[in-house]
Design a protein around this ligand. Structure first.
Ligand SMILES: [Zn+2]
Length: 304
């Protein structure tokens, strides 16, 4: 079965396993504050993502040097449940974040843990993997993370706004707080920030398609055939760039081609002339056309 859009985005985020201990700790912090249960007597993380389930034990090993008390089999269908109930382990985890497991816990985002930029991204990756989802852009634009801790929602909201420039909204759902984003551009930026550029491009492609459909509808008297030619060309270019991205080939491109690919990915509905003007230094429209043709050719070769 094909993965859902959300599941593919999570699989992509999982590829960025934290290299530094500070980031492993911050990612676990995000996981724990946005998971199903993080309390004095029990930790419970439930996920459907196989990729997340695969890295979770390694993440806890790296951050705390300890194992879960119960693991699922990765071959099992449906939801996978990870649990810790041993008091000493929970005490160790709480202490790593500056909490005392004997206190009546009021969890919050302990700022020193997310002080460095590298750790902020790791924290949000953890939050998204444990408590987040993103809707298939063909159905609508919606990305969210959910936590049962109200102060955590407030502090994460502040973190997203003040240090990253995102504008999430907050809503209550059952006893939980949901932080969500509805603008396609913000969702795409957030996915890129989390290390899921392919999913981000999927959002931009869907947006392009909608924009162009709207343009066609608005300009129904004029030359439809001409517009759909432009649409098709842009889609072919984006799809080629995505193919190159999926095969990890974007980084290896010559600088000029890379610049052209980035400009198209970031401006799905721009005309070739507009893209040409964005190049450093600016180039002519035919030269831009050549770069796009080259990208499409490379993508075709990569698929052989
Ligand atoms: Zn870090």
């Amino acid at each position: 079965m094909a993965l859902s859009f959300s599941a593919s985005a999570k699989a992509e985020v999982c590829r960025e396993f934290p290299q530094k201990n500070c980031c492993a700790l911050a990612q676990c912090f995000g996981v724990l504050l946005f998971c199903n249960s993080f309390q004095n007597d029990t930790i419970k993380i439930i996920t459907e993502s196989r990729e997340f389930a695969y890295i979770l034990p390694k993440l806890f090993q790296k951050a705390f040097n300890l194992d879960f008390d119960s693991y699922p089999s990765l071959e099992a269908p449906g939801k996978l449940v990870f649990q810790i109930w041993e008091g000493a382990k929970i005490g160790k985890i709480m202490a790593a974040f500056g909490f005392d497991s004997r206190d009546n816990l009021s969890l919050h985002v302990n700022l020193p843990v997310v002080e460095e930029d590298c750790c902020k991204a790791s924290f949000l990756r953890g939050a998204f993997l444990a408590g987040g989802s993103v809707t298939d852009p063909g159905k609508g634009y919606h990305m969210e993370i959910t936590t049962t801790h109200h102060s955590v929602a407030r502090e994460t909201d502040a973190l997203l706004r003040e240090t990253m420039g995102f504008q999430p909204k907050t809503a209550g759902r059952g006893g939980s707080m949901v932080l969500y984003v509805k603008q396609s551009e913000q969702i795409s930026d957030l996915l890129t920030y989390l290390g899921a550029p392919i999913a981000a491009m999927g959002i931009m492609e869907a947006r392009l398609e909608k924009e162009l459909n709207n343009k066609v509808n608005r300009r129904c008297n004029c030359d439809d055939a001409n517009i759909s030619k432009v649409v098709e060309a842009a889609q072919e270019q984006l799809s080629a760039i995505r193919t190159l991205g999926e095969r990890g080939m974007l980084e290896a491109l010559p600088a000029k081609l890379r610049q052209a690919a980035d400009a198209r990915a970031e401006n799905p509905s721009a005309s070739l002339a507009e893209l040409a003007a964005m190049m450093e230094p600016p180039i002519t429209k035919p030269a831009m056309n050549n770069r796009m043709k080259k990208l499409i050719l490379l993508a075709k070769e990569a698929q052989l």
